[in-house]
Design a protein around this ligand. Structure first.
Ligand SMILES: Cc1cc2nc3c(=O)[nH]c(=O)nc-3n(C[C@H](O)[C@H](O)[C@H](O)COP(=O)(O)OP(=O)(O)OC[C@H]3O[C@@H](n4cnc5c(N)ncnc54)[C@H](O)[C@@H]3O)c2cc1C
Length: 460
């Protein structure tokens, strides 16, 4: 329960000439909460929803306005894929998230029946186009793949299976599964906040936590309204930190080691439209082949820097689909986290994106060149990286060297978070509530992201 205490933080008494004056019968309101979640990106929003569903009174604090303009979750498409099969934690996180989104939609529809899985997922086959030197990796996955897939090892097989013109040094795998395709972070966050409000949870935008400190067994937060500049003091028995790239800064007083465990790196996204006149002339079958070619992970250039992910996000006023592209290894250091989001793409980055897009489209054999792609826009974004590229969903290690049951951190989601968003949030909420699940895959994922790993990373 929220208790609003009117407390006198300090009544300062001053003795002057033997007379005691009350300088200030200073009164200040301290709001007291069961659980405060800091950060309303995919991870914080998901955790807050799970906590509220479990009956907790939750306050979610987000420093941006309700229309986000930055953050790792910014945008309307991320690849959601199940590839990996039995025993694979990434596959588990994706499939668990699909099941959780179904529950979220059912909950929303029980109040107002106009929500659909299609608002969150664009179901579409996911293509993996790789240099043939990666064949052993694909074939390892094939051993325990449970979902339907098709695999072309030669240009002839690619022609027969996918009607594509695949170069001889390339292999291609296509995964077919309902809700594999893309997931929409913007829509998912909006639905999570809506569900939270229906459960009497509270989302406060433009509320930035400037200081987080221990206060007995709980936490004290200094929060600034980014619009008015007014500050207030909050207290919470339990806190979830889901501040994405800002994790190190947020935890500097309570778990300062996160500054070195989470490494924010700049990445970029570029958006291109195909010449609308050319697109309109394509036969319907070619338009379908084009749509089926997205989303994709393309590693036909065998160097890490040459590989990219690409998907469709939006369309031009003339109706041409907009292609989005970015590189998992197109990363650079950040000098100022607050302004990196406004950094324009360099000419070299736009050119890399254009060339890579044209290379991907050459699979269609429709004579589309770089000159047929017009640059629509681009923006800088941030990956929160860990040394192993596995995220953390863990209680923190406190001073006596023990797990603190009252502070859970979800961080380091780099390029994997979206497809597993509701599963990460479920694990974080369970840690906060002391809940557990016997399912071996849940146990495997929880261990991979959890406290023992944190301690092991700290000891290194
Ligand atoms: C370019 C790019 C491509 C990606 N592609 C994929 C993909 O194809 N598939 C996939 O599954 N995943 C993908 N991801 C990963 C996925 O998008 C991220 O893992 C996920 O969005 C991370 O969410 P988050 O909540 O941890 O971080 P964020 O979205 O950054 O959320 C943190 C929030 O905390 C707020 N905040 C920070 N500090 C404070 C504070 N002090 N007080 C209040 N609020 C605060 C921020 O404003 C922000 O909204 C991609 C990521 C990027 C950047």
């Amino acid at each position: 329960m929220i208790a609003l205490h009117r407390v006198c933080l300090a009544v300062r008494l001053l003795a002057v000439s033997g007379v005691i004056f009350a300088l200030a019968a200073c009164q200040q309101e301290v709001e007291d909460y069961d659980v405060i979640v800091i950060g309303g990106g995919l991870m914080g929003s998901s955790t807050a929803w799970h906590l509220a569903r479990a009956g907790q009174n939750v306050l979610l604090l987000e420093k941006q306005a309700s229309e986000y303009t930055e953050g790792s979750s910014l945008g309307e498409a991320r690849i959601a894929r199940s590839l990996g099969g039995e025993g694979d934690i990434w596959s588990y996180m994706h499939n668990r998230t699909v099941a959780e989104v179904e529950e979220l939609i059912a909950f929303l529809n029980s109040h107002e029946p106009d929500h659909s899985m299609n608002d969150i997922y664009t179901t579409s086959p996911v293509s993996y186009v790789r240099h043939h030197s990666h064949a052993s990796r694909i074939e390892d996955i094939q051993q325990n793949q449970v979902d339907r897939y098709e695999y072309a090892r030669t240009p002839q097989e690619a022609d027969e299976l996918f009607n594509l013109n695949m170069p001889p040094d390339t292999i291609m795998w296509r995964e077919y599964k309902e809700h594999s395709g893309t997931i929409n972070p913007r829509a998912l966050i909006a639905y999570l906040h809506k569900a939270l409000a229906l459960l009497q949870g509270n989302v406060q935008y433009r509320n930035q936590v400037d200081e987080l400190t221990r206060d007995g067994s709980g936490y004290s937060l200094l929060v600034t309204n980014t619009e008015s500049g007014a500050s207030r003091q909050l207290r919470a028995a339990k806190v979830v930190s889901a501040a994405g790239p800002y994790t190190g800064r947020l935890l500097e007083n309570v778990a300062p080691y996160f500054e070195s465990l989470i490494n924010p790196q700049r990445v970029f996204l570029a958006f291109f439209a195909i010449d609308p006149e050319m697109y309109q002339l394509w036969a319907e079958a070619d338009k379908q082949r084009f749509r089926d070619l997205y989303p994709a992970i393309n590693s036909t250039d065998p160097t890490p820097a040459g590989s990219f992910f690409t998907m469709l996000e939006g369309q031009t006023p003339q109706g041409s689909p907009i292609i989005k592209i970015g590189g998992h290894f197109q990363r650079s250091d950040i000098s100022d986290l607050d302004s990196v989001w406004q950094e324009e793409l360099t000419e070299a980055e736009i050119q890399w994106s254009r060339e890579s897009t044209a290379r991907h489209l050459s699979l269609l054999d429709l004579e589309i060149g770089e000159e047929d792609l017009s640059y629509v826009r681009g923006y800088s974004c941030v990956y929160s990286l860990t040394a192993t590229e596995f995220p953390y969903v863990t209680r923190v290690w406190n001073d006596p060297g023990e797990p603190d049951p009252n502070l859970v951190v979800v961080a380091g989601l780099s390029g994997v978070g979206a497809k597993g968003a509701l599963a990460y949030g479920q694990i974080a909420a369970d840690l906060m509530l002391g809940e557990d699940e016997p399912d071996p895959m849940y146990q495997k994922a929880r261990a991979a992201f959890g406290y023992d790993r944190l301690v092991s990373d700290l000891s290194h």
